[in-house]
Design a protein. Sequence first.
Length: 248
Amino acid sequence: MRHTPAMESAILAVMSDHQGPVGARAAARYLRERGFDVSESTVSRLLTDLDERALTRSLGKKGRILTEEGVRVAANQQLDSERASYFADALNLRDVHDLVDHLAGRRGIEREAARAAALRARPEELADLRAMVETGGEARWRERLAFHKTIGHASHNKQIQAITTSLFDDRLELLERLLMMIGVKQDALARWDQEHRDIVASISDRDADGAERLMVVHLDGMIRETEQFANSGNAHVIHTLLAEIDLA
Ligand SMILES: [Zn+2]
């Protein structure tokens, strides 16, 4: 049996928490306690592999300890997994309040994305954006999400890109369909389509102020329609659909 990256991360985490050397048998026990179905020989091979990569060092019969590099890698993995769980939690929307918070967070990021895209988008990205907003309507929910993703990407600001690529995870397609349903019920879809076209026009004109302002108007409108839909006795519809969307 071949060891996996998840096993490797678990071993590094265990060794970093543990005072003193860890033996192969103890390491195998730790892994099994964490739900890995693993043989001692697999663990031995994993530990040898870590030795070869200078992440661990053998102290003979006593077992192994992390090298300085191993401590660094284990700490980075811990940060990565905390970051991943923050995003998973942020995307785990439960009620109208969570949904409105999500849209408000997007408003903060996407206004900057639209501004930066107006200054930095490449000609081929402008062409993509124009094609995405050419036709609107209910069947175009994929294009709507792609529109927002593309603007994040076209910001060419890696801080914004890091956040928008996490926010516009593929799992959000289902959320986009929920927003579309709200748009249809609130009779706002045609307006949202027009707002997309206006944002693309501003970005094409390299009008950063205009693009930013129109993106805020667009997200403000989505927040308002969501609140109005919820307040007209439909909060339970949103809650039911959110429960079906397992974003985490
Ligand atoms: Zn939109």
